[in-house]
Write a protein that binds this ligand. Sequence first.
Ligand code: NAD
Ligand code: 6OD
Length: 486
Amino acid sequence: MKDILNFIDGEFTKGTSGRTFDNINPINGEKLGVVHEALEPEVDAAVQAARRALDGPWGTMSVADRTALLHRVADGINARFDEFLDAEILDTGKPLSLASHIDIPRGAANFKVFADVVKNVPAETFQLDTPDGRGALNYGLRTPKGVVAVISPWNLPLLLMTWKVGPALACGNTVVVKPSEETPRTTTLLGEVMKEVGMPDGVFNVVHGFGPESAGAYLTQHPGVDAITFTGETRTGEAIMKAAAVGLRHVSMECGGKNAGVVFADCDLDKAIEGTMRSVFANCGQVCLGTERVYVERPIFDEFVKRLKSSAENLRLGRPEDGDTSMGPLISEEHREKVLSYYKLAVEEGATVVTGGGVPKMDGNLASGWWVEPTIWTGLPETARVIKEEVFGPCCHVQPFDSEDEAIRMANHTDYGLATAIWTEDLSRAHRVAAQIDVGIAWVNSWFLRDLRTAFGGTKHSGIGREGGVHSLEFYTELRNVCVKL
Ligand code: NAD
Ligand code: 6OD
């Protein structure tokens, strides 16, 4: 059993707190090892190391050298692909097929793509006429924000952490990362890759722990942090924004969702079922972009529910490495209690359980893991809590609608605004509906189809700001205008 350590100023360290917490395998509840918790002294050391690194070789490195180094980080992840895969699977229990196609490749791509974005985005320039006729030239100069705190969640640990670290480093910042306490492994492994590829000490630091009274709170409250980029629950985002208000630190917030799928009768039903299945059940429903509310036009409602039920009942729950496993467990016992409480609540609120709703019977030692059944409900009123609150589990409610306007109204009837998936073969309708659902990301006849150059983020309680492509540069740099009188 290998201890999981903090990574500060280029060194792996237990720190001085002496506090550890258990690293648990979600598939069977077994303890895999311990994680060394960072408290104030470790967080302070990490922030100071990150600050020093800004004044060191990292701060003076040319963009060409910096971006080349980030390409080497991506190559370093790919060179140790199987180790990253094993680490992610141990922490999350997700199917190997998912982690090997999505999580780990995206972990590497996040470094390459943003290195290339930084090299290719032109600066803005404006020529100004002046009374003497000689004029002036304005140009925008991007400088790093400084020390960036990255607070990341457990559902796509490497993918979502590097989605922030990639652009932050590409823009010349240094980072202190606080991965989720549930999933410390791949972030720690990235520390090894950073060392191998010659990243200067202090550029990438990792502190482990929880939120309140632990590494998360100490990091976001630290006055040496210039900007905070966060992915996680909306309520946590609110707490972090309060911390960031002191000293007017910049924040980027990628928070929860209660996303609607809208399925029109003119859709290609095979594609709509396949896409809705992925959007509801991928990663055991633990995807912020996932669909928890499905609105289906009445003429195909019964057929849709019948086919979705049959597909859900064909999902194979099992060990990550088994080739036919399509769904893993939830992340933790605590999260399973939360999801099961919604399963119970749905029934209390009057739902018809189409399938699932409980705990599956698993074989052998899997019986002590955090499994739940894929679940589909119908029949809830729009006022039900299960319709309004994010469950973050493998479940959805399916509801009929009779007109485009009604579908749009119901899709928008939520405090969240992250994503939607619209299923129709009528392109005019697709554009019309996409323009009217209040979200940051609208997919048409697809789901989680990502182009990292595009804006990513949410409206309402789903977040503040946009990352992706040039939008990441906007968050991770300050834009200085230089005005040169000619
Ligand atoms: P969470 O908010 O519980 O935790 C996220 C991170 O914040 C963890 O590292 C945690 O330790 C830390 N944290 C908790 N309290 C803190 C505090 N007071 N100060 C500083 N740090 C603190 O979220 P989670 O349970 O890990 O992830 C699931 C949630 O994340 C869901 O709501 C999901 O929708 C959301 N999410 C959103 C996106 C997006 O892109 N919008 C992506 C993935 C997940
Ligand atoms: O693909 C991404 O860049 C991204 N941020 C995905 C978020 C998924 C939420 O669980």
